[in-house]
Every structure is written in structure tokens, then in C-alpha cells.
Write a protein that binds this ligand. Structure first.
Ligand code: ATP
Length: 310
């Protein structure tokens, strides 16, 4: 069942369409990744969903009802973790949790119990009494997430929650989010880190210039990059492209070509051994050939002609 349904939302800033007809849905227990480069429209999309911005067109439904029909109800069902950390540095981690819990309408006892539960789940139980200003970046990110979860929302919106933290802290956060989804929370996760989207999103929407260019599971998106297998030839490949026979282009699509590397995908689903034989017979010189599954970067490259990592 969809907890969040976004239909054709549009947000303009003057002439610029920051969000240009975005639609997707997130189910209970699902992690939906919105993946795109800086400026793609991810934060604007989250701001529209959480009611911080009003869209110029389109609708947002939360747990079966339009957001603006009853914004208080909708906000009560979602937790929002903004990109910028919003914590009181002079309060302890626990006090921050209690503050947000009380704001969300929890009674004193319920807020205390929930804060303890979250401190443990976030592996911060031994540090809950320390002032936030003494926390590391990763610990702040975790408490920030805890604040959004005090009222047990059915939907969690996470805007690039791992920016600027070390790999171990990042893993803690990813594990925690995975557990939340396993317990039934619907998670919308924006990121520009390909590895995160690949590792743990059930479905991924690729967003660029305010539009969702493609959507699906990792396997479905890989299919868009020319199938399951990519072949990379390495060697002195200067001018190799011009020497490829015409029939080659009927069977393979060139994804990337440089003086030292040529990456191609088979257009049809063919036996890899046949493809390798055909590539080995090409009238070009190369020293190495490898076969691998396409990454999301290659999917993005195939869709936009640009590199997501640039
Ligand atoms: P980032 O990861 O850098 O935050 P993003 O994918 O979240 O990127 P947005 O912040 O949603 O992207 O921005 C989308 C586009 O809208 C960008 O071109 C941005 O410059 C523009 N934009 C965002 N907020 C405003 C604003 N308040 N006024 C004018 N333009 C804006």
C-alpha cells in the first residue's frame, strides 16, 4: 500500500522549473531512492511533499489523503530529516529528542520512553546525556534523524542524510534506515551517492533537471543501460571507433569511448561467450577485455550523456 503518492508536481522559481512534472509512489516497508546530481530538484521535491513549499501544480497524497486537505494529519504521519542539521547544540542529545517529541504532541512519559528507545536503536545510549556540541558529525546526523522519528511516522523523508560523514558513520545510518523499513516505515531517500542507491534502495527514481528520467529496481534500471552486461575494452583505442564494422552497431551500443577505453553493451540479450568472441575478432587493438554489470552511473550516463560523479 502506498503511503506517499506524488503526482505530476511542478515547482517554478520564476522562469526555472526546479521540479517539472515529478510522479512516484512509496509503499510501506520500501526505501525509495531519489538519485540525482546537485540541483536536480531533490530538495525542492521533499519541501513540496512536507508542505514547506506549495507546488504550482500536481498533488501529494499521504496515507491515502491529499496533503492540503488536512496538513496537520499529513505532517503527523511523516518525519522529515532536512539536509541541514537542525539541533540545539547547548542541549543534550536526549533533550533534543524530548523537545521534538513534545512538539509532536507526545506526553512527558511517552516522550521519555521513546527517546530511550531511539537512543538505543541509534547506538547513542551511552552519549544521550552529552551536549550535542560535543558530538561528531555522524552522531549529530543520527540524533537529527531520531528527532524526526519521535512520533513514529509512517513515512520518513531523508534529504541526503550522509553528506560529509565518514564511512563507518554512514554505514550506521544506512543500517538504521534499513531496519526502519523492515519494520514497515516507508522511506524516501534522496542522495547523489550511487553506491547508497545501489546498496539499499528497493526502487530508484533517477532525477535530473526537475524530471524523473527513469524509475525501477536496480535490475530494471541496469536493463536500460543496455542490458545486464557491459563489455569494456582497454588498450590503445585511439581511432578504434572509426574502424568498427557497420554490422557492429546493429548488435552493440557504444556507451563510452576514449583513447584507452571502449565500453559497449549488447543491444539484445545474448550469450556473453558469443559477445566476447565477436569483440575479440574486432579489427582494433586492445590488451584487456572485461565483463561487468552496469552501475547506476552508467545508467545515468546512458540516459543523459553525462557522468553523475562529475
Ligand atoms: P542539492 O543536492 O544541491 O541540494 P537538489 O537536487 O536538492 O540539489 P534543489 O535544491 O531542489 O536541487 O534545486 C533545484 C533547482 O532549483 C536548482 O537549479 C536550484 O538552483 C533552484 N532553486 C532551489 N531553491 C531555489 C530558490 N529558493 N529560488 C530560486 N531557485 C531555487
Amino acid at each position: 500500500m502506498a503511503i506517499l503518492t506524488v503526482t505530476d508536481i511542478e515547482k517554478r522559481y520564476g522562469e526555472l522549473k526546479a521540479v517539472d512534472g515529478v510522479s512516484f509512489a512509496v509503499e510501506a516497508g520500501e526505501i525509495y531512492g531519489l538519485l540525482g546530481p546537485n540541483g536536480a530538484g531533490k530538495t525542492t521535491t521533499i519541501s513540496v511533499i512536507s508542505g514547506l513549499l506549495r507546488a504550482n501544480a500536481g498533488t501529494v497524497e499521504v496515507d491515502g489523503q491529499p496533503f492540503w486537505k488536512d496538513p496537520v494529519r499529513a505532517k503527523g504521519r511523516m518525519g522529515v530529516v532536512p539536509q541541514e542539521i537542525a539541533l540545539y547544540e547547548e542541549l543534550t542529545g536526549r533533550e533534543n529528542l524530548l523537545f521534538w517529541g513534545r512538539l509532536a504532541g507526545l506526553g512527558k512519559g511517552a516522550a521519555r520512553r521513546r527517546a530511550d528507545e531511539l537512543l538505543e536503536a541509534l547506538s547513542l545510549d551511552s552519549r544521550g546525556g552529552d551536549l550535542v556540541k560535543a558530538y561528531s558529525g555522524g552522531m549529530k546526523r543520527r540524533i537529527n534523524m531520531g528527532c524526526a522519528l519521535m512520533h513514529r511516522p509512517k513515512l520518513l523523508l531523508l534529504d541526503e542524510p550522509t553528506v560529509g560523514i565518514d564511512p563507518q558513520a554512514r554505514n550506521n545510518i544506512l543500517d538504521f534506515v534499513e531496519q526502519l523499513a523492515a519494520d514497515g516505515t516507508a522511506v524516501l531517500y534522496t542522495t547523489h551517492y550511487l553506491e547508497e542507491a545501489e546498496r539499499f534502495c528497493n526502487r530508484i527514481g533517477i532525477i535530473d533537471h526537475g524530471q524523473v528520467l527513469a524509475e525501477g529496481t536496480l535490475a530494471e534500471l541496469q536493463q536500460l543501460a543496455g542490458g545486464k552486461q557491459l563489455y569494456t575494452l582497454e588498450g590503445e583505442l585511439d581511432g578504434a571507433r572509426e574502424r568498427l564494422p557497420t554490422e557492429f552497431h546493429q548488435r552493440f551500443r557504444i556507451l563510452q569511448s576514449s583513447e584507452t577505453q571502449l565500453t559497449v553493451a549488447s543491444i539484445e540479450d545474448r550469450n556473453p561467450a558469443d559477445c566476447l568472441r565477436e569483440l575479440l575478432d574486432l579489427p582494433v587493438r586492445f590488451g584487456n577485455i572485461s565483463l561487468k554489470n552496469p552501475t547506476l552511473n552508467e545508467v545515468f550516463l546512458n540516459l543523459t550523456g553525462r557522468d553523475l560523479r562529475e
